[in-house]
Design a protein around this ligand. Sequence first.
Ligand code: ADP
Ligand code: MG
Length: 210
Amino acid sequence: MDSAFFRSWLAQAAAFVEAQRDHLTQLDAAIGDADHGINLSRGFGAIMAALPEASTPTPGSVLRLAGSTLISKVGGASGPLYGMAFRQAGKALADASDVDAQALAAALEAALAGVQKIGAAREGEKTMVDALAPAVSAFSKALSGGEQEADAFDALAAAAAAGAQATVSMQALKGRASYLGPRSVGHEDPGAASTALILAALRDVARGNL
Ligand code: ADP
Ligand code: MG
């Protein structure tokens, strides 16, 4: 997977975010402040504007630019969290011009570690971590179990979607939704939903590429 692959991933993620913008905002209206779709739409729009202007010859440079753009353009909790995720993933890929699925798995592990470093959320606290953590571990497990790459990408996206769905019954213990206490139960976490979208975009682009 080269830099063009990673640009395609971001373009697909931007398209999914745009298509689901109002849905993500509605999820945030229920347990937050109704801006998650707006925040991510602004952020991914800014990434799509920044990419053609910058030199991003390697996968790592694509992801680092995405991360820095999200940090500088998106307010709210999700900007720094997703920004950190993409930056740490980009750092993990260093200057390689082509990365294999194992390297991508390591980059996704680094993304998760970055999110948890600044957000301090564990699984079960109703955040994006509840989609990202199971997805990362399903992907790594599929690869180390010798599964086909296409199946590993399917496992990644399926685990993210299931993880997002599982946030419905959780009580939020981190972020703005935690202010609601038990009233946060019964709603899908917007950040977990957007993580599932971003990883579905990765699966789709990878499947189209295999
Ligand atoms: P804000 O909450 O500042 O309005 P957004 O609405 O864009 O920002 O993003 C909210 C999402 O951010 C939540 O749904 C949750 O998934 C995620 N989030 C909030 N706090 C944390 C945290 N400490 N760790 C991980 N994710 C978090
Ligand atoms: Mg919000």
